[in-house]
Design a protein. Structure first.
Length: 206
């Protein structure tokens, strides 16, 4: 059980591969152990965090309503800088996923519906925008084992995606109510975070 209201996404911490950073759309950023127990947290009032990733001991959290990426220090959760992305549409249909691709030295941000993919350089400048037809809805994205892994809340499935052209390689069903977050643990197991249930679910991928 994750003791946060409406948790939205998670990623592994840098220091301890058995711990996660979790964000909620109530403006909370927290560190939790592998059972979901909250170890520390902070809250940014008015924030609507939907996704989180790590690069070089910095936390990158994306705000759906404000179309903003906040960069925070991993040690103390202090806000270092913010950057706004331009995206029109309803406040609750904005950015749902954010991840970093070390192989390409770029970030990927995805919107919920209609799905758009934003490619950003390491300075968080938009370098490309795509409107792929193969995705009907997305709720999260992560990078693992040289692939993108995209989560669909509506279809209850995980998509293994080629990061070079965003073609879908495989579909995996995830029987989880309202799956909102996705990452892989240190053992290579798939971890899904349920928003409604505030629970972590693990799946073997081998």
């Amino acid at each position: 059980m994750v003791n946060l209201s409406e948790p939205s996404d998670l990623c592994l911490t840098t220091a301890d591969a058995s711990h996660y950073y979790i964000v909620s759309n109530q403006g909370c950023i927290a560190e939790a152990d592998n059972t979901g127990k909250i170890l520390r947290k902070t809250k940014y009032d008015g924030s609507d965090y939907e996704s989180i990733c790590i690069k070089d001991n910095q936390i990158y959290a994306i705000d759906e309503s404000l179309r903003r990426i906040d960069v925070l220090d991993e040690k103390d959760f202090k806000l270092k800088r913010s950057l706004y992305l331009t995206f029109m549409g309803p406040r609750n249909k904005g950015f749902e996923g954010l991840t970093y691709l070390p192989s390409d030295k770029k970030f990927i941000a995805v919107t919920e519906k209609p799905v758009m993919i934003f490619e950003l350089n390491e300075q968080l400048q938009v370098i490309n925008q795509l409107l792929p037809k193969q995705f009907s809805e997305l709720s999260a994205v992560t990078y693992h084992d040289n692939y993108l892994w995209m989560l669909s809340d509506e279809k209850h499935e995980v998509l293994q995606v080629n990061p070079s052209d965003y073609s879908i390689i495989k579909h995996f069903n995830v029987p989880v109510n309202n799956p909102e977050g996705i990452c892989f643990d240190a053992n290579g197991d798939l971890v899904i975070l349920s928003d409604d249930m505030s629970e972590l679910f693990k799946f073997k991928m081998n």
